[in-house]
Design a protein around this ligand. Structure first.
Ligand code: URA
Length: 235
């Protein structure tokens, strides 16, 4: 059984247990999704932590999904290990595919400015994507492509051991949280993945097209910076 299915089964069991306690009038010990995630993370055995270098070596010249066919480079990720903040976008674009590095195109330049505006330096943040190869024509990654990359992404999260994850854009938030909820309802709220607090925000490429939404994204990044100072409620 995979660690994901164990997690899903444990969460379902915890939820059923809570519903049963409610019916029997025994009161609720825990209840919010964040509390359940934390409990599940504490109860599940942790897979051993693997270094980023070892994960990248294990990925090799990956051909686990069709995106391998058109890529120039695998864009694995960039940043320190460990890092307090991990940013997760959707997929490399043309410039990222050319250079083999995440967020180096126009969206990346805006991201750098936004990080600086809330007092964060790009060099202190670990940045990756839910898929490591560029989808043709920059289309959204398909669920099966994200699923093929997911074990590597989860291993990266364990290696980087971030205190906070911030996802950039709808596909990254939906894939990581296993939901089809729109980004407008996901962003600006704290969630949890693998026991790590996660805040979705807008993708910088979207903000280049819709600059009037930048204010909300700045609020989200400020919340991330506040979380690192212990000044933010994470659920
Ligand atoms: N958009 C992303 O989601 N990721 C990148 O690395 C670049 C652009």
């Amino acid at each position: 059984m995979t660690s994901m299915s164990r997690r899903a089964r444990l969460l379902a069991a915890l939820r059923a247990n809570l519903a049963c306690r409610g019916r029997l009038g025994l009161g609720r010990v825990v209840g919010t999704p964040a509390e359940l995630e934390r409990l599940a993370a504490a109860l599940l055995p942790r897979p051993p932590r693997e270094s980023l270098e070892s994960i990248r070596r294990r990925m090799g010249q990956c051909e686990r999904c069709p995106l391998a066919a058109d890529r120039r480079h695998i864009v694995f990720g960039q940043g320190p290990e460990p890092a307090a903040i991990m940013l997760i976008g959707e997929a490399p674009g043309a410039e990222e595919d050319r250079q083999g590095l995440p967020f180096v195109g126009p969206a990346g330049k805006l991201l750098n400015r936004m990080l600086a505006a809330v007092g964060l330096r790009r060099e202190e943040v670990y940045i990756t994507n839910i898929v490591k190869c560029r989808p043709p024509g920059n289309r959204d990654p398909r669920p099966e492509e994200a699923a093929a990359c997911r074990p590597f992404l989860e291993a990266q999260i364990r290696a980087v051991a971030p205190r906070v994850i911030c996802t950039l854009g709808r596909p990254a938030a939906q894939a990581l949280l296993g939901t089809k909820a729109p980004i407008s309802t996901l962003r600006g709220r704290w969630h949890r993945v693998l026991g790590v607090p996660l805040l979705p925000t807008f993708h910088p490429a979207f903000l280049l097209r819709s600059p009037e939404r930048k204010r909300e994204a700045y609020q989200d990044l400020k919340a991330v910076a506040r979380a690192l100072e212990g000044k933010e409620r994470l659920d």
